[in-house]
Design a binder for this molecule. Sequence first.
Ligand SMILES: [Fe+2]
Length: 160
Amino acid sequence: MKKIQRIYENKDYQYYLREIEKMEVNRVYCKHDMAHFLDVARIAWIMCLENEIKYNKTWVYACGLLHDIGRGCQYATGEPHEVAGARLAKGILEASGFEGNEIEFILKAIANHKNKAIANQQNLDGILYRADKASRACYTCESIELCNWSMNKKNLKIEV
Ligand SMILES: [Fe+2]
């Protein structure tokens, strides 16, 4: 998992994290921080194991850590964060030692992680989509009434 530590220590990654943190300081909804990124990575990996989908664990964790890295761009310019995220993640992946088709797989999953059309796919794209949604503990959220997620999208119970 050295590549994952390299992502975390990457200067650009740390910069984007800090930018998101500053922009979300007054956000009353779910934040996009390391806790969320690791929740998504771990849930996605559990989904892979439970469904016997054989992806490299490093790819799954890279998706978790990088999928929302474009949030700062979205707040600043309105660019969809999955589009910005795929663009920003490319250089971080290359600098962290990822190569060729593994970069393509990870970037495609990041670019698709808001795409409802792929939500049920049994591949890295679908797993990242579902892990992202499953990671949010709406049942504990004080802003649940204000949140724009539809009631059937919100996680209202602990699913086991
Ligand atoms: Fe997310």
